[in-house]
Ligand binder design. Structure first.
Ligand code: 4GY
Length: 234
């Protein structure tokens, strides 16, 4: 899968692209991530990319020309889409992440300052996505959240050691608590059942923990899970 990121600050992605699971996925060619600097496409002799908003007000708005030329500098795969990271978009969820992982290419546009000219969004953006109800100084961190979460749903990106099958949201429940060595630290001990070696008992304990935690912290997810169980039986 290919990600193409249009940004004024490509250096923000350096650590992200070279580290840990994403770094390995890039090195093994399971994902390809290209960061293109929008400023390089400005036709202005000072490489200007923004201007004051029509109608007045504070800040600057990113102009259509550099964005359009950056976007059109490379062809987009037939099964590809253009995404703009914005608090005005629809919320990124686990289901949305899984859906996006089925595309061959995602082009992600990162805005800065007061945002980008609406005419670029209307003509070239397929979907606006938000990572939450708060405002960042730019779309780059949101783009990294999207690339990170979508990448781990791409085949072969996660090894067996970092499997996605029993984590939160895979089954619609929050994940059970995890423990590692030592079995006792400062007098705080690991639940007995986890050291028992009884795998059926461990599985039951984990499911019980997941259910109790989800009911307490996320009653919305708990209700949906219980309703799905009822639907399946009918
Ligand atoms: N929240 N979800 C978000 C964001 C930065 C000014 C428009 C978000 O996705 N992106 O806050 N983006 C702003 C910065 C221009 C985008």
């Amino acid at each position: 899968m290919k990600f193409r990121i249009l940004t004024l600050f490509p250096e923000m992605f350096d650590g992200f692209l070279s580290t840990s699971i994403i770094g390995r996925a890039v090195a093994q060619n399971h994902i390809k991530i290209e960061c293109d600097n929008i400023r390089e496409y400005s036709e202005n002799r000072h490489k200007k990319v923004d201007d004051a908003p029509f109608g007045g007000g504070a800040g600057m708005v990113m102009m259509v020309q550099p964005l359009k030329d950056a976007l059109q500098a490379k062809p987009i795969a037939p099964k590809g889409k253009v995404i703009y990271m914005s608090p005005l978009g629809s919320r990124l969820t686990h289901d949305k992440v899984v859906d996006l992982s089925q595309y061959d290419e995602l082009v992600i546009v990162c805005g800065h300052y007061e945002g980008i000219d609406q005419r670029f969004i209307d003509r070239y953006v397929d979907e606006e996505i938000s990572i939450g109800d708060f405002v960042l100084t730019g779309g780059e961190l949101a783009a990294m959240v999207l690339v990170d979460s979508v990448s781990r749903m791409v085949t072969h990106v996660l090894s067996n050691d970092d499997s996605a099958s029993d984590e939160s949201f895979a089954n619609g429940l929050l994940e059970y608590p995890q423990y590692t060595r030592p079995a006792s630290y400062d007098g705080d001990v690991v639940p007995d059942v986890l050291i028992s070696g009884n795998h059926a008992k461990i599985e039951k304990w984990r499911l019980d923990q997941s259910l109790a935690l989800t009911k307490l912290r996320r009653p919305d997810l708990y209700e949906a899970y219980m309703q799905k169980k009822v639907d399946k039986k009918l």
